[in-house]
Ligand binder design. Structure first.
Ligand SMILES: CC(C)(COP(=O)(O)OP(=O)(O)OC[C@H]1O[C@@H](n2cnc3c(N)ncnc32)[C@H](O)[C@@H]1OP(=O)(O)O)[C@@H](O)C(=O)NCCC(=O)NCCSC(=O)C[C@H](O)C(=O)O
Ligand SMILES: [Mg+2]
Length: 299
């Protein structure tokens, strides 16, 4: 299994690498992850300027949160130049856009290894085309295992590209997208990868974002990709364990700690069956809650 447990993924903010104000602001924000984007948010004539901005940023004022650089597709000259910048900056991950096959991840993984990138530098894959969704399980499976030289750590859904390629309309509840999103969640879980939901474009609509985060959380996503600082608090709150869930977890841990419970795999907790698997879930939830208290969002 890939090592995903040390990272927190609630709020994954994209920052256009060409926007100097946004780059400056990104150092002060409470997002769990910052993606510095060289791909779709940067006009083709400004890619070199954007790469230069990132090299300056990482050389002089490296952000103290989890970072990724989203490059252009590696089968383009721009993508190759972007990868050189990523190798120079050494973020925590390189985000590959529009991944459709295992070969794309294999090529990127080999390129990182050939250039001596440390194993802590991981690959994240955006699945945002019909072929990417259809091949999600193969992509997730083949390169998730670090000991096999694979560096794949996370899948991120690109809902804008996906809607555009399929003509699925944008609508609250995302009824027609959900089956595809769940395929990505399942593929990620099968191979121990983190999985992040796509962006919500209307950054002034707080209620809409709250609803979509709640939906994403219920679907099993670890967090949400964001486009604006205003969206960070909503995602951080939506994906952290609620007070009720923390209280419930404590109750389960205490119930299994009672004398005699060590010999039981199933107990009665106030009229509900609780199994040992729920104890493990409760312990994980309490550990996550404790770790979240130490994030930038809580300082
Ligand atoms: C969407 C925006 C173009 C809006 O920009 P703007 O109108 O300038 O926003 P504000 O005036 O409200 O900004 C207020 C301050 O916040 C800073 N800011 C804005 N956005 C960001 C950001 N993303 N990160 C850091 N800081 C940000 C502004 O600079 C202002 O700062 P200051 O003046 O100092 O107070 C803009 O938000 C934006 O460009 N967002 C990101 C776009 C992006 O990254 N797109 C790529 C990712 S989306 C994607 O990947 C889709 C996917 O591929 C798919 O297929 O679904
Ligand atoms: Mg996209």
């Amino acid at each position: 299994m890939a090592m995903t447990e040390t990272k927190i993924w609630r709020s994954v903010l994209s920052v256009p690498a060409v926007n100097r104000r946004a780059l400056e602001k990104s150092k002060t924000l409470a997002a769990d992850v910052i993606i510095y984007d060289l791909e779709d948010s940067v006009a083709s004539g400004r890619k070199a300027e954007a790469r230069e901005n990132l090299e300056q940023l990482f050389a002089h004022d490296r952000p103290d949160v989890t970072t990724a650089i989203r490059i252009n597709p590696l089968d383009t000259e721009t993508g190759q130049e972007d990868m050189k910048t990523a190798l120079a900056c050494q973020p925590d991950a390189v985000l590959l856009p529009k991944v459709e096959t295992v070969a794309t991840v294999a090529t990127a993984s080999a390129l990182l290894a050939r250039n001596g990138a440390p194993l802590r530098m991981r690959l994240w894959a955006m699945l945002e085309t019909p072929a990417g969704i259809v091949n999600a399980a193969a992509i997730a499976g083949a390169w998730s295992h670090a000991s096999a030289g694979g560096r794949l750590e996370a899948l991120i859904v690109g809902v804008n590209d996906l809607r555009s390629a399929t003509n699925v309309a944008q609508a609250p509840g995302r009824a027609y997208l959900v089956p595809w999103l769940m395929q990505v969640v399942l593929a990620a879980r099968a191979y121990g990868l983190a999985v992040v939901d796509g962006v919500y474009n209307d950054f002034t609509d707080v209620a809409g974002l709250e609803a979509e985060c709640a939906e994403a959380r219920a679907m099993g996503f670890d967090g949400k990709m964001l486009i604006h600082p205003k969206q960070i608090d909503t995602a951080n709150t939506s994906f952290r364990p609620s007070d009720a869930a923390i209280a419930e977890a404590h109750a389960i841990v205490e119930a299994f700690a009672k004398p005699g419970a060590e010999a039981l795999n199933v107990i009665d907790l106030g009229g509900r069956m609780v199994e040992r698997l729920h104890l493990e879930q409760a312990q994980t939830l309490l550990e996550t809650a404790a770790r979240l208290n130490n994030t930038k969002a809580n300082q």
